[in-house]
Every structure is written in structure tokens, then in C-alpha cells.
Design a protein around this ligand. Structure first.
Ligand code: ANZ
Ligand code: ZN
Length: 848
């Protein structure tokens, strides 16, 4: 039976840290700062293992940095706005606010059980008017400085529920709740000018070496810089010009058609007097606005009857189509099609019987379409023929620019960020619409624009819009009756600057400059890879925008980023293929059975814990069973943080045994009262080896922690404890070394398993808490070998091993060896032909 009572220990020390406000922090000019942050969670109600892993990593780093002497900011808060709260309102008839705050309370209590080193005085919830008041100020600042504008844009519209749907809420072209066919609808919406920063956002990625390479690559792809040209095609018998964007102007001699987006002004004009075109546009209008679905949908087009002139080949008339795959908000909303060198154009040309002319050739036979590579050769193209594609690209652009038929152009895939949401549970947009004055910002003194509590949430329409009184206000400019903006902000806005607000969560201003200057930027940011693009890109954009407006001094918010892997677990199915909850499984020998039915069930596969697969292990019951320290140790030790972690019983058992043994060993040692009031020194070889092991463990653990190889760091400590358990205490010096060993183990383990180590530290008689003790330093004197062992051979045959002090040179070693009695006897009167020194460790004496 173990004496290790984790429940009592964990409670006791959490209270002690809390009473002493150990993790409360404030800027301090004489201390270096370190800001550790985990991505703020959505308050769904319960924590899951992904959270446990995320927070255990952050907590380890924070506690480690505190021990290194840093002033550490480690805050926590809630990404509290968003659709699930509105869904809960519809399904469970509870107010979104009530639902959210009760979830926060519950999650917070679950989190606090983990003994995490948060400064709870910094807590924020994005749905708190104190928080979104500042966000509304930022909105107005951005508006004042032209970083926000309004524009008509298309949304997915559910005609039954009278509501806008996100791309994810459209399934098979139908609204997820109503099942109605979704249509495209134009709404005037607010956009943030993230594209102003496209080049900056791209350029700075290159030097962000604290970020994983693959995340940087994903952002680069998302920003999507394309070099090319805008080219003008004149419409035959008209003064109209169709301007297209292409990344491959060197293929212009292979043009076989042009295509307009169905939203292109020329297409819309044609539709006014052509029913067929009108019908086609209507048809396009019923498709989803999601780009991926446009990409995969069947390519459709209609000939407009218009003909345009190829600017490089004035004799060639090119037909103009309207096509469903041309996007209005990319390039110019119009393209020229070159079927020989583009998959989409090829498909289109085959369908509509358009010519396919190859103009670029690789040096091998290749099927069409052939994607252009820079070193391929251009042919059938007059003045371009014979050039490589890259040379031809330059030549064409020069030619077009000279003749005013086009110009070079760089296009980014990145679009401005539409932030309007026709939703209730979000930050109100602080704008008033007046018939006389137009768009009028809410006055600073009237902020925050607070969400009304008394709304009806039915899933139909926007509750703010339907509210009887809320939207009716006097215009701040002319005083006449006006209407509030009833849209709210995308919740990604809330999470784009929260890390700044943590520095001064109660400040009257957007932030307290001194606090932000001191704490920012975030030194360690930890979260899921699912946020690799949107959240991380938006936060980078906000930081750059706020820098431009003089609010912050730095351009990148997150110095280093750690993207943790998922927590997985075996899933099980019964013979019929039905998922069986992991809580219902018991094992007998090699087979698994259902507790409920007694029938055999089958392990299916190890996959991400998810409700649908019924393989979720909820953290709280587990913590009751095994303790928080065991859970923390397991999630940190079982695999590298970036990799997936399989939750499995044998690993947990291993951690549990380890902590129990540690507890028993140290408490037994204390009971045995080994008095050892002597200084640390090592006299015997056994003591020297032990001291060396203590110090090399400090060194290796520290190095692994610095590299975020947490699992390896833990393995180092575990390996050392085995040495420690085996060490025999024979004299006072041994006892002294054992105390040293135990204290080092507790210090190294403290950021990983803070409760048990705190308890044992206290049992050793320390009056100050371990959390305050500084990180142990190793002494390289103890680690270095003090002697050099040389193996001696004669003609390749082993003779002896001899020890030398470290500073002795090779020639001195040779002298000493040749003068050893045993060597002299072996060599006898043979002739020494050569003495070979191999890698400083071995000497071979060649005799004949
Ligand atoms: C002619 C051409 C020939 C093209 C060829 C490609 C290959 P990225 O690389 O993503 O920037 N394009 C231009 N505007 C478009 C729009 N609004 N909607 C759909 N497609 C559009 O893609 C640029 C290429 O995508 C452009 O180069 C254009 O087709 C097409 F052998 O021009 B290309
Ligand atoms: Zn007015």
C-alpha cells in the first residue's frame, strides 16, 4: 500500500499557491519577462484531454521559466462568443449568456483542479462588455485609419431560416438546419483590409524561426502570391475592353477563349437583354460561395456571342464565355483560357469544342494539358518562339507594356477579411446608419454598445434586427431617428488581440502601454495545428495594424509557436459495426467485451478522441482515479508534444507507479533519519560516479526542456531515479549525496508534477515552497571525466588499460606507456616499428 495520498496533497498545495498568490504577476523593471500563452478555449462546458495536454505543456514552460528567474505572465480566458451558444438557446431554451457563463464556471473549476500556474486576476471573457468595449474602440480606430471599409459581398443565404450561413453550415447546397436550398445573396458588409499587409505578412514569415516550418508554409500558401500580368482584350465592334489576369502570359498565343465571372459587370449587362444568359447567371447564383466547391463543381459556361482580339495576335478573334469557375474577387474577374496548358481550361475546351493549341514544350513527349515550367521552350508563338517560358514571360510583359495592352501585376490569394455576421451572440458593431448622414460611428462616450439581453432566439433571422427597440437610436450627428448596425463581429476578431489585453485586462484604454511594452510579445504560444492559418494570420495582421497606428512597438505577436498533436484513443465496434463507448469496455486476455451486454467487441483503430467515435476519456473522472500529477506526467512524457498522444492504460499505470515509488522512497529515506551535516564532496569512485550522474541529469534535462523535448527530459529524470534507488548509503557522505540527489529530482520534476514534489520538498524540512526554488545548475567540473583511459595493444592484441590525468599530452602518454614494466617485458628485444594512437583512446604498438 502506498502512503501517497494524491487527493489530499493536490488540494493542499493548490490552496497554498492560491493563498500566497504565487502566480500573480506585474511588470517589474529589474526582472526579465517571459510570456507563456495557451490558445484561449471556447467555453463548451467541459475540458477534454486536448485541453489537459495543452495546459500541461504551457504550465511546464511557465513554471520552468519562473524557476529560471523570469517574471512570468501566464494568463487564461474565454473565447466566449459564437454560434454554439445560440444553438444551445434554440435547443435547450437557455439564454446564450447564461449558458456561456455557466460553462465558463464549470470549465474553470475543472481547470483549477490541474493546479495550473495561471494568474487568474488577468482572466478575460470576450463576451464581457468590458472586453468588447475596447474591441469596439479598435474597430473605430481602424475605421478612422481606413483599415475597415464596407462593400457588397455574397453570402450563403438560407431562405427558410432567413439567415446567413457559414460555408460549414451548407451541406450539399442545403442549409444544415432547415434543409432549404441555399442561395447566394448580396449583403453590404464590413471588411478589414488585411490585404494591405499581404507583403509584410509574407515577408516576415521568412525570419520567424521560432515557428514550425510547416505552419509557415501553410501561411505562405494561404497568402498565395502570384506574379503575372493584366492583359487587355478589345471587344470586336465596340469600345469595350475585357481585362484579364494571368500568371502565364507567355501562353497568350495558345489562347482559345476568354471567360468572365457570372458576376462580372459585362456579364450582368449582357443578361439584361439575353434571357439565356440571365438564366445561366441565375443558375450560378444558386451554387455555394465556398471556393472549394467551385473548384470541384462541373465546369459550365455560356457563349456570350462577344468576340475579342488577342493583343499579341491581332488576327485572332477569341470567343467570350461566362463560366462558373471564374471568381469575381480574384484578379480582374476575367481570364483567357489556354487549354493546352491548364487542366480547367482543357476540360472546358473539350466540353465546348474549343481549339487546343500547344505553345510550350518540355524536352520529353508529354500529354496535354502540360503545366508550364520556367525552363520549358515556347514555340508557335512568333517573337516568343525559341525562348524559355521564363524569358518569354518577361518579353511578353515588356511588349504588352510598350503597346499599352497590359502590365505586370502581382495578385495575392489573400482576400480582405469580411467580419460582419448576422448573429446575436457576438460583439456589436459600433455603427449607426442615418438616412441623412450615412454611416456614423458611435461616439466614444456611448461605448460600449451593449448586447440586449431580452432577445428572442429562434434560429430565424437575426435576433438583434428583430428586437423591438434596441436598434432605434438618435443619430449622433444630426439627432434624427436612425438605426443601429445589427450585425456583430466575426468571433475571430475577438481572438485576434486578446493576448494584448491580458497585459492590462481592466485598463480604461484599449491597453496600458507600459504593460504591453513590458510583456509583449508572447514568448511561447501553444495550441492546435487547426489554427495554423486563420487565427494565427489574423492575430499577426492585428498586431501589424496596431503597430502602424502606434499602439504597439512590435510587428509579430508570437515569438515561438508550439503546435501540439492530438490526443487519441482506441475506438471499439461491436459485431454489427456500432460504436461502443470506451467506458463500457473491459478486457479479458486478448479479447474485449461490453460491460453492458457481455458481448465481445472489437478494437477498431486508434484515432482522435471524439464524441461520434465514443472514444472520449473525460479528464475529471480520470483525475479522481489517478490524480492530477499522474495525468500531467503522462500527457507530457508519452510522446513529443508535436506528435499525437495515445491515451492508454499501461502508460498511465507506469506514471502512477513511478510517482508512488518516488513518494515511498523519499518518505522512507526521511524516516530513516540519515543525518548528514557535511559538505558535498565525493571521495570514492562510487560517490564520484553518483555526483557525476546527478549533474549530467541536470544538464540533459535542461537541454531537453530548452528544445521542448519534454518526453526526453522526463526520460532523463526517470533514468536517474533508478540510479538513485540503487545507491547504497554507507557513510555520511553517501547520505549527503543522496539528499542532493533527491532534491535535484524534486526540483527537476516540479514543473511537471508540481503537487507531489511540493509535498516531498516540504517533508524534507524546507520552509519555503518549492515553486520558488530556482532551477538547479549543473557543475561541469563534476561531469567532465577526470581521467583518460587508454587501452594498450601490442600488434593489435590487448595488453592493458591505463589511466592518465586529463592534461597529459599524447607524447607524454607514449613515453609513460613505453616505460611501464609490463610493456617493457612484452616488447623485450623486439624492434618497435611504430606506435599508433587511435582516436585518443587506444595505442597500438607495432613490433617486429
Ligand atoms: C492563362 C493561363 C494559362 C493560366 C495557363 C494558367 C495556366 P494562381 O496561380 O492561383 O494565381 N485566373 C485568373 N483570374 C481568375 C479568376 N478570377 N478566377 C479563376 N481563375 C482565374 O492562378 C492564376 C491563373 O488562374 C491565371 O493564369 C488564370 O489562368 C486563372 F496555361 O491565365 B491563367
Ligand atoms: Zn444623421
Amino acid at each position: 500500500m502506498s502512503k501517497y495520498d494524491f487527493i489530499a496533497i493536490e488540494k493542499k498545495w493548490q490552496k497554498a499557491w492560491d493563498d500566497k498568490q504565487v502566480f500573480h504577476c506585474a511588470p517589474s523593471s529589474d526582472k526579465r519577462k517571459h510570456y507563456v500563452l495557451e490558445m484561449l478555449p471556447y467555453p463548451s462546458g467541459q475540458i477534454h484531454m486536448g485541453h489537459v495536454r495543452n495546459y500541461s505543456i504551457g504550465d511546464l514552460i511557465a513554471r520552468y521559466k519562473i524557476k529560471l528567474g523570469y517574471n512570468v505572465l501566464h494568463p487564461m480566458g474565454w473565447d466566449a462568443f459564437g454560434l454554439p451558444a445560440e444553438n444551445a438557446a434554440i435547443e435547450k431554451n437557455v439564454h446564450p449568456k447564461e449558458w456561456t457563463y455557466s460553462n465558463i464556471a464549470n470549465m474553470k473549476s475543472e481547470m483549477q483542479r490541474l493546479g495550473l500556474s495561471y494568474d487568474w486576476t488577468k482572466e478575460i471573457a470576450t463576451c464581457d462588455p468590458n472586453y468588447y468595449k475596447q474591441q469596439q474602440k479598435i474597430f473605430l480606430e481602424f475605421l478612422k485609419h481606413d483599415l475597415i471599409y464596407r462593400k457588397e459581398s455574397v453570402v450563403n443565404w438560407d431562405p427558410v431560416d432567413q439567415t446567413v450561413l457559414s460555408n460549414e453550415q451548407v451541406e450539399d447546397g442545403k442549409g444544415w438546419r432547415s434543409g432549404a436550398h441555399v442561395v447566394r445573396k448580396k449583403l453590404t458588409q464590413w471588411f478589414l483590409k488585411i490585404t494591405d499587409f499581404a507583403e509584410d505578412l509574407l515577408e516576415e514569415l521568412k525570419s520567424m524561426d521560432g515557428w514550425p516550418e510547416h505552419v509557415r508554409a501553410m501561411q505562405e500558401k494561404w497568402i498565395g502570391k502570384s506574379f503575372g500580368a493584366k492583359v487587355k482584350f478589345k471587344v470586336q465592334d465596340s469600345n469595350d475592353v475585357i481585362e484579364i489576369f494571368t500568371t502565364t502570359p507567355e501562353t497568350l498565343f495558345g489562347a482559345s477563349f476568354c471567360a468572365l465571372s457570372f458576376e462580372h459587370p459585362i456579364a450582368l449587362k449582357l443578361a439584361e437583354r439575353n434571357q439565356e444568359i440571365k438564366d445561366f447567371i441565375e443558375q450560378c447564383n444558386t451554387s455555394s460561395v465556398a471556393e472549394e466547391s467551385i473548384e470541384t463543381a462541373e465546369k459550365l459556361g455560356i457563349d456570350t456571342g462577344l468576340r475579342v482580339v488577342n493583343p499579341l495576335n491581332k488576327n485572332q478573334l477569341v470567343p467570350v464565355y461566362i463560366a462558373n469557375f471564374v471568381l469575381m474577387n480574384y484578379g480582374t474577374g476575367a481570364i483567357f483560357g489556354c487549354p493546352a496548358h491548364d487542366v480547367r481550361d482543357y476540360e472546358f475546351a473539350q466540353k465546348y469544342n474549343l481549339p487546343i493549341t500547344q505553345v510550350v514544350f518540355s524536352n520529353q513527349d508529354a500529354n496535354l494539358p502540360l503545366k508550364v515550367e520556367p525552363n520549358y521552350i515556347v514555340k508557335n508563338s512568333e517573337f516568343l518562339s525559341g525562348l524559355t517560358a521564363i524569358e518569354a514571360k518577361k518579353a511578353v510583359i515588356a511588349h504588352l507594356e510598350k503597346n499599352k495592352d497590359g502590365e505586370k501585376f502581382t495578385q495575392y490569394r489573400l482576400r480582405d477579411w469580411g467580419v460582419s455576421r448576422q448573429r446575436y451572440w457576438g460583439c456589436p458593431i459600433p455603427i449607426i446608419h442615418c438616412d441623412h448622414c450615412g454611416v456614423v460611428p458611435v461616439l466614444q462616450k456611448d461605448l460600449p454598445v451593449v448586447l440586449p439581453d431580452d432577445v428572442e432566439i429562434s434560429g430565424k433571422g437575426n435576433p438583434l434586427d428583430h428586437h423591438p427597440t434596441w436598434k432605434h437610436v438618435a443619430c449622433p450627428k444630426c439627432g434624427k431617428p436612425a438605426i443601429r448596425e445589427t450585425d456583430t463581429l466575426d468571433t475571430f476578431v475577438d481572438s485576434s488581440w486578446y493576448f494584448l489585453r491580458y497585459c492590462s485586462p481592466q485598463d480604461e484604454n484599449i491597453f496600458n502601454k507600459a504593460a504591453v511594452d513590458y510583456w509583449q510579445p508572447v514568448d511561447n504560444y501553444i495550441g492546435g495545428i487547426e489554427h495554423a492559418v486563420l487565427h494565427l494570420l489574423y492575430s499577426r495582421f492585428f498586431t501589424k495594424a496596431l503597430k502602424k497606428l502606434g499602439y504597439v512597438k512590435f510587428g509579430e505577436p508570437f515569438k515561438s509557436l508550439l503546435t501540439q498533436g492530438m490526443v487519441t484513443h482506441m475506438s471499439y465496434k461491436d459485431i454489427e459495426g456500432k460504436w461502443i463507448p470506451v467506458s463500457d469496455i473491459y478486457q479479458e486476455g486478448q479479447k474485449c467485451f461490453s460491460k453492458e451486454t457481455g458481448k465481445e467487441v472489437y478494437p477498431y483503430r486508434i484515432e482522435k478522441m471524439s464524441k461520434s467515435k465514443k472514444n472520449v476519456v473525460p479528464p475529471v473522472p480520470i483525475m479522481n482515479e489517478i490524480g492530477e500529477d499522474t495525468a500531467r506526467m503522462f500527457v507530457l512524457s508519452d510522446s513529443p508534444p508535436e506528435k499525437n498522444l495515445e491515451w492508454n492504460d499501461s502508460g498511465i499505470e507506469g506514471c502512477s507507479k513511478f510517482l508512488n515509488r518516488l513518494y515511498n522512497f523519499i518518505s522512507d529515506f526521511i524516516d530513516a533519519k540519515h543525518a548528514a551535516d557535511v559538505g558535498i564532496s565525493a571521495n570514492t569512485q562510487k560517490q564520484k560516479d553518483f555526483l557525476k550522474k546527478i549533474h549530467s541529469t541536470i544538464k540533459n534535462t535542461t537541454e531537453n526542456l530548452e528544445l521542448t523535448h519534454f518526453n526526453k527530459a522526463i526520460a532523463c529524470i526517470r533514468e536517474f531515479t533508478n540510479v538513485m534507488y540503487a545507491y547504497e548509503i554507507q557513510d555520511q557522505q553517501d547520505a549527503k549525496l543522496m539528499i542532493e540527489a533527491i532534491e535535484v529530482v524534486l526540483q527537476l520534476l516540479n514543473p511537471i508534477v508540481p503537487h507531489i514534489t511540493e509535498e516531498l520538498w516540504n517533508m524534507l524540512g524546507h520552509s519555503e515552497m518549492l515553486v520558488y526554488a530556482s532551477w538547479p545548475e549543473y557543475n561541469s567540473k563534476f561531469i567532465e571525466d577526470t581521467v583518460r583511459r587508454i587501452t594498450v595493444q601490442i600488434n593489435g592484441k590487448f595488453k592493458l588499460v591505463h589511466e592518465f590525468p586529463l592534461h597529459v599530452s599524447e607524447s607524454e602518454i607514449k613515453d609513460i606507456i613505453m616505460n611501464l614494466e609490463i610493456i617493457k617485458r612484452s616488447v623485450a628485444d623486439r624492434f618497435v616499428k611504430n606506435i599508433i594512437f587511435v582516436q585518443g583512446k587506444l595505442i597500438n604498438i607495432v613490433v617486429v
